[in-house]
Design a protein around this ligand. Structure first.
Ligand code: ADP
Ligand code: MG
Length: 258
């Protein structure tokens, strides 16, 4: 795990000391369409960009522009029609279903707009769930879960069910679940979209800490200007095509096209 402490952030949030390392994410010429009743609906058109290790990128764009689709491709939840999706050196488009599921369990944490917690499980059990797929002994699993729930400020809510928690608390449980296997990458799809202003601030502060203190690379879709302001740079998606804003992204496109 990398930490920001030994990789001094440069201008515009570029992580200077890590600039020589290969990007954590490299998207190359990704096309994606959906078939709807015999009709092909193009969604992503020739997407190419990099995300450097330790970066915190925001992804904005109108509803229906393909933001969630792009996030799902990067998280290995869906596959492109063509193109490469390299995450930490692995082209995940080439993995079979079982390999992809294994990869997903360890390599990426996903935070959804509506939390996606299991209603019949407590906060503790929700966070433990990804670890039940690993070989970690029960005692170690429990230590990890307690540490993650403490990090998100919910040490006193471990035995609560999602219905007994506020939206902001549920999203913090979801963040604990996203980091429990210690993935390098966190993707968040409108993580504050369903929250009141204060809960949104709390969740954003937490995501910031994952980036700064734990060195997680963050890719976050948002409509919220305050959320976007936390990111080091913003990418815009419109009608399935990316446009640029911010030096990190422009650098990323330059490097990707070299
Ligand atoms: P955004 O997250 O930017 O709002 P999405 O990625 O969810 O956009 O969707 C982009 C487009 O793809 C939309 O037109 C949507 O209707 C379509 N789409 C998304 N998922 C599917 C699917 N599973 N089947 C068919 N069409 C889909
Ligand atoms: Mg979406």
């Amino acid at each position: 795990m990398t930490s920001r402490a030994d990789s001094a952030a440069g201008a515009g949030g570029v992580v200077a000391a890590e600039a020589d390392a290969p990007p954590l994410i490299s998207i190359r010429h990704v096309f994606k369409s959906y078939r709807r009743g015999g009709q092909v609906v193009p969604v992503l058109h020739d997407i190419t960009f990099d995300v450097q290790r330790g970066d915190f990128l925001g992804l904005m764009g109108p509803s229906g522009s393909g933001k969630s689709t792009l996030l799902n491709l990067i998280a290995g939840i869906d596959k492109p029609d063509s193109g490469e999706v390299l995450v930490d050196g692995v082209d995940i488009t080439r993995l079979g279903e079982t390999e992809l599921a294994d990869w997903r369990a360890g390599a990426v944490g996903f935070v959804f707009q509506f939390y996606n917690l299991m209603p019949v499980l407590t906060a503790f059990e929700n966070v433990e769930l990804p670890l039940t797929l690993t070989r970690l002994p029960r005692r170690v699993r429990h230590e990890h879960v307690e540490a993650a729930l403490t990090l998100v400020g919910l040490a006193d809510r471990m035995e609560h069910y999602p219905s007994e928690l506020s939206g902001g608390q549920q999203q913090r449980v979801a963040i604990a679940r996203a980091i429990i296997t210690d993935p390098k990458l966190i993707v968040a799809d409108e993580p504050t979209g369903d929250l009141d202003r204060q809960s949104a601030e709390d969740v954003l502060t937490l995501i910031d800490r994952l980036n700064i203190e734990l060195g997680k690379t963050i890719l976050m879709v948002t409509h919220d200007r305050r959320a976007a302001d936390r990111a080091h740079a913003i990418m815009y998606l419109d009608k399935g095509e990316l446009s640029t804003a911010g030096d990190v992204f422009e650098r990323s496109v330059r490097e990707a096209r070299r």
